[in-house]
Design a protein around this ligand. Sequence first.
Ligand code: NAD
Ligand code: DAU
Length: 352
Amino acid sequence: MILITGGAGFIGGNFVLDWLANPSAEGIINLDKLTYAGNLATLECLKNDSRHQFIHGDIGDQGLVKQLLAEHKPRAIVNFAAESHVDRSIHGPADFVQTNIVGTFNLLECAREYWNALEGQAKEQFRFHHVSTDEVYGSLSASDPAFTEKNSYEPNSPYSASKAASDHLVRAWFHTYGFPVVTTNCSNNYGPYHFPEKLIPLVILNALDGKPLPIYGDGQQVRDWLYVGDHCSAIREVLARGSLGETYNIGGWNEKANLDVVKTICSILDQLRPRADGKSYAAQITFVKDRPGHDRRYAIDASKIERELGWKPAETFETGIRKTVQWYLDNPQWVEGVVSGSYRDWLQKQYH
Ligand code: NAD
Ligand code: DAU
């Protein structure tokens, strides 16, 4: 049994589905608060799978976390739970401090107490895997080398500052208490079940809806895109064979400027679902006010995980983005379920 937090979100949900696609995989306890970003529709196909148990709750709830650990005795915890959207962190940082910092602290403390009471092999094999981001390293100029695990932390947004703080806690729990942790810092993910407040799903859905495709600033900010299935396979490798106390950067070797990403999506949609008027979806591109403090470039040097654990991404950006666009075209029901309620309120606040 492993305990996953945030497993109803984008990456956590993909991780749970990929993990349980293996018929001999251990069961999962999935603890998720179901914020606006949590969506049980993503896990619909598991509703009759006894290997998956969903628990609605907060990683900051000490009583609940202790009870889950005592009852299910997981051999590992993978912590995906977080507030994850940079723009939301600018409008309202409090939830980010609460979940990403205080919540992670609570999880660490409960898990440490649980681990302390374990014995023998169970104690030796226990792992706490913290899922983090490349944004903790700050912003690169065009000529800087990509982030390695040795880069200093220079977070620039409330989101990245809260993730950096959680990474520091995890590191300290290893050094001070010998608590068995591994941390991964990953670049921008994309793929199925991605909540459409983030660039790629937002652009796909706005394009199909005939709405503007909002590009912040000049659109020349660079991100290093990784297909979500590749992130999940990297986490499985690190969880299985990563060295305790180590951090591993995960990335796709796919640096792209935002404007190029959006143009690529438009041209795929032009082929797969041409507009009725024969024009390209690129006609919907609109430049809007930039994000405050917008980081210019992220790039991950993923050579450590390749060298030490033999992990490499399976998808290129070209194959991954085509699959992703096709997935959104093939899954209107999931999309419909998501494009409602608080998501609409958020769009109103952000773009009007
Ligand atoms: P997401 O916003 O899609 O999902 C987060 C999930 O966490 C949701 O299901 C939400 O309900 C749950 N959650 C939030 N607060 C909680 C709490 N207090 N207790 C329990 N559950 C809670 O996020 P994501 O994009 O899937 O990101 C998952 C993790 O990966 C995050 O830690 C994020 O920082 C990290 N990450 C994301 C990316 C990316 O590109 N999306 C890249 C690198 C790292
Ligand atoms: O780098 C990893 C990070 O990637 C994760 O830690 C975060 O959880 C995840 O949200 C993501 O952060 P970004 O801020 O890079 O992702 P987002 O999809 O919000 O934006 C990607 C780029 O596109 C960024 O430069 C901002 C720009 N953008 C975004 C939106 C939503 C636009 O130009 N227009 C938009 O409407």
